[in-house]
Ligand binder design. Sequence first.
Ligand SMILES: NC(=O)c1ccc[n+]([C@@H]2O[C@H](COP(=O)([O-])OP(=O)(O)OC[C@H]3O[C@@H](n4cnc5c(N)ncnc54)[C@H](OP(=O)(O)O)[C@@H]3O)[C@@H](O)[C@H]2O)c1
Length: 413
Amino acid sequence: MSENYLELDVAQGIPVWDEVFQREKEQEKLRKLDEKELKKAAALYKKRQQQAAKELQESAAEVCKKDAEAKARECKAARVQKQQEKDAATARKLLVAHSLKLRGSYARKPLCKFSLRYQDQKDSKPRSLRLCRISLPSLLPYSVPAPMSATTETKVYVVTGANRGLGLGLVQSLLARPQHTVVATVRSEQAKQSLEDEVKSVTKGTGSTLEIIQYDFSTAIAPNQVESTFAKLNIHYIDVLVLNAGGAQPMVPPSETTAEDLRAAFETNTIAPLLVFQGLKSYLLQAKSTPKLIWVTSSVGSIGDMDPFGGGAYGPSRAAQNWLARSIHLEFNGTKGDTRLIAIPLHPGWVQTRAGQYVVDQWQSALKAIDYNIEKPPTTLEDSVSGMIKVIEDATAEQSGQFLTFEGKSLPW
Ligand SMILES: NC(=O)c1ccc[n+]([C@@H]2O[C@H](COP(=O)([O-])OP(=O)(O)OC[C@H]3O[C@@H](n4cnc5c(N)ncnc54)[C@H](OP(=O)(O)O)[C@@H]3O)[C@@H](O)[C@H]2O)c1
């Protein structure tokens, strides 16, 4: 018999069938139980999964919320800081421009709101500026005492031809010093713009300011015109007038110098600066300490130490200028030692500027002929400017009327 057939014990048939049914029933029960358990487990699993997903979502939302809150806080802090910086910059400018001093009560609070009262320099009306949460220590260095005596008074410099070269160098150096008002003159709107751009990089000294006015020296400029232009600035005195604007014409020998070049050279280097001096003389004489007239000249103008190269129209225009500078010295300085004005014709050196380079190029072949090979002028702009400022500041009544170099040496007339 095949093993596929159930072997029945006839005698005990019923119990065997019972046993088979019973076993199948139990197995069925077990299967159902398994299915139920399985379903239960699956449901539980699903529920737990949903729960976990929900928790994940919730915590992600929480993180997002915290991130957003932190970002909002950061933005607000940045906004406040920006406002504070803006207000502090405005306050600094006002303190400096109006020579204001922070009161002691302000200084006790490190961060506070306050309003700054000042008098507008343009229309002299009282103005008030409300400022918020400024760090006062950041303002204190800019808080300057109002001028009280001659020693704390703002020094007023006027520099002509200030848009480039030596004039620009002088303006930049003077502005970086504290308590200096620098009046720079230029001859065109373009030159004014260029000067404004150039001084952007300068960190101005406490209380120092720049004013720009326009004078063109190509044709005689009337002294009263010079004066009325200056009067608009509402500045009442000048300590130092630096007559610097000037230029060189072709550096040829006298046999080739033209009348046209002579007229142009005298106009720019001799006549116009003299007229500027005449226009501003009354302001110089208002200075508290002895005023100084510094007339930038050139060693090319020296007759006693003349170079064997062509000086063109430039040399004679400088020689005439030196004569006038010496003469101004005599006019304002009595024989009994009463110095009313220090007048110095000042040679800046052979300097690396457009004018200095022009002379190198003009003299190139003459210099080569004596084996003096140079590509550019020997003196740097920085050396010339710092030397000139030292000579100007140290200038004494005894030096008035002397022909000096930027190194303080005396040159023959
Ligand atoms: N560099 C030297 O080696 C040297 C030596 C001895 C003496 N200097 C004298 O030093 C002074 C400054 O020269 P620098 O070396 O600085 O030369 P720069 O770079 O050529 O500057 C000359 C300045 O003078 C101005 N200027 C010229 N002609 C003018 C006019 N008709 N009206 C108004 N402004 C005028 C120029 O203004 P623009 O830009 O509008 O032209 C410029 O600002 C000059 O008087 C020069 O002769 C120079």
